[in-house]
Design a binder for this molecule. Structure first.
Ligand code: NAD
Ligand SMILES: O=C[C@H](O)CS(=O)(=O)O
Length: 477
């Protein structure tokens, strides 16, 4: 594949790309080479972006059919630009090319579904005359945009998770200021360009790149922003909730996802899917399989299959179409995960495969004999590391799954309907996958967490509920 050309990208404010003197390098996460530069926004730039968004939303409201047309066209443009976009994602995020291609496909879906949802936003008539004293009144609700939305996205799905914020926000009639992750801003540049090329009027989508904390804090300080839609770590999510006061927040945060494998499960399927779930994107997925609880009679057999499947993975350059596991987002992050493995081993855990690191690349690692209070179990590891723990009965497994600060999605493999329903009812998460790994997601479904995994739901239809207000209109006839 051809190399990604080195270019400098400006900020996108009020329909124009604006160059800046100060720029930040974006690196290929495998080789470390610079693949592009993005502008480092100043506080004035952020203020100008919010002003442009507010003006667009107030002075140039977009009818739903235009929102539909623009989002639909942007989805088509993303599809046409798939090869370049996938290479950008692979290089800037270190994501294996085959997964990067899949992310581009998902982004086309996210924008297309957002387009369709733009045509389905409506209020309802309220039977107000049922109240004494309300005779001759007619009442109905309107679903109205909240106004200016700040969209703050993470590094691990730099295209599709930005689209999950921008698509529903625009579908709902809002204007957006997008701040992508500092490590992976180039995919967001392409997303913004596709929407501009699709005919989005100036001001409706503004891109401010730069140092994450800096730009993020300026956005939090601007009272003209009505809602923050954020995907990222629990620590930053808590900061956004604390700083946003009475304004609205949608927070999609982390997890230490668990999968239960019962003794009646299809072990080949469960092992193959758990390997995929644990090591896709080098484990840097909020839904990554991190804890696997296996019923004791099949524990050894499952482990054997899991380790054999893990050893088949090809580790290396994400731009190589055959690579299964690429680098982590930085060497520092790989060192952090390696230290967590070391700490577990010092306390009695055993590494069945993997565990070694070379620069930002950490080998896919399977751990056993772990304890519940080890970091690799109780915190979000966000690395290619999975721990396997035996259990005797399913109630015990459900209790271990629930013994977590987080609650995003979970999986259970069983052929028993009652066991599956017990898990679905009792596991404290936003989504339970039966005979599937917790990673399973399609972009139209309601998706989000409970507990430390966040507030609100994404998936265009559900995100739109959070990004609109219900306004009551009463006529005295
Ligand atoms: N639940 C989900 O849907 C989901 C999806 C993807 C990633 N995640 C989580 O994201 C984390 C990894 O992503 P990350 O490292 O990019 O997360 P992060 O929290 O470090 O950064 C996320 C975004 O927040 C910005 N940011 C940093 N400081 C800020 C501040 N003070 N104010 C406002 N914004 C600020 C960053 O620049 C980035 O754009 C993991 O915890 C993962 O589980 C969750
Ligand atoms: O990292 C978490 C993302 O939400 C993963 S996915 O987009 O749902 O696949």
């Amino acid at each position: 594949m051809a190399a990604v050309a080195v270019r400098t990208y400006g900020l996108f404010i009020d329909g124009h790309w604006i160059e800046r003197d100060q720029n930040l390098p974006v690196r290929n996460k495998y080789t470390g080479e610079v693949i592009g530069y993005v502008a480092r926004a100043t506080r004035d730039d952020v203020e100008r972006a919010v002003t442009a968004a507010q003006r667009a939303y107030r002075e140039n409201p977009l009818p739903p059919y235009r929102r539909y047309e623009i989002l639909k066209r942007a989805s088509e443009l993303i599809r046409e630009r798939k090869p370049e976009l996938a290479r950008t994602i692979a290089a800037e995020a270190g994501k294996p090319l085959k997964e990067a291609l899949a992310e581009v496909d998902r982004c086309t879906q996210t924008l297309e579904i957002s387009a369709e949802e733009a045509k389905r936003i409506h209020g309802e008539q309220v039977p107000i005359e049922a109240a004494p004293g309300a005779e001759n009144r007619l009442a109905f609700t309107l679903r109205v945009p909240v106004g200016v939305v700040a969209a703050i996205s993470p590094f691990n799905f730099p295209l599709n998770l930005a689209a999950h914020k921008v698509g529903p926000s625009l579908a709902a009639g809002n204007a957006v200021v997008l701040k992508p992750a500092t490590a992976t801003p180039l995919s967001a540049v392409h997303l913004v360009q596709a929407l501009a090329d699709a005919g989005l009027p100036p001001g409706y989508l503004n891109l401010v790149t730069g140092a994450g904390g800096e730009v993020g804090e300026w956005l939090l300080a601007d009272p003209r922003i009505a809602a923050y839609t954020f995907t990222g770590s629990a620590a930053v999510g808590e900061r956004i909730k604390a700083a946003s006061g009475l304004r609205r927040v949608v927070l999609e945060l982390g997890n230490n996802s668990a999968t239960i494998v019962c003794s009646d499960a299809d072990l080949d399927l469960a092992a193959a899917r758990c390997v995929r779930g644990a090591f896709a994107n080098a484990g840097q997925i909020c839904l990554s399989v991190q804890r696997i609880y296996v019923q004791r009679p099949v524990y050894e057999a499952f482990l054997e299959k899991l380790v054999a499947e893990t050893r088949k993975l090809k580790v290396g350059d994400p731009l190589d179409p055959d690579t299964d596991v690429g680098p982590m987002i930085s060497e520092a992050e790989a060192e952090r995960a390696e230290a967590w493995i070391r700490e577990a081993v010092e306390r009695g855990a055993r590494v069945l495969t993997g565990g070694r690191r070379k620069g930002p690349v950490l080998e896919p690692t399977v751990l056993v004999d772990v304890q519940p209070d080890m970091k690799v179990v109780c915190q979000e590891v966000f690395a290619p590391v999975v721990s396997v723990v035996p259990f005797d009965d399913v109630d015990e497994a459900i209790a271990m799954v629930n013994d977590s600060f987080y609650g995003l999605q979970a999986g259970i493999y069983t052929r028993d309907l009652n066991t599956a329903m017990k898990a679905a009812r009792r596991i404290e998460v936003g989504g339970v996958m039966v005979n599937e790994i917790p990673n399973w997601r399609v972009d139209l479904m309601p998706y989000g967490g409970v507990k430390g995994s966040g507030i609100g739901r994404e998936g265009p239809r559900y995100a739109i509920e959070h990004l609109t207000d219900l306004r009551l209109v009463v006529f005295n006839l």
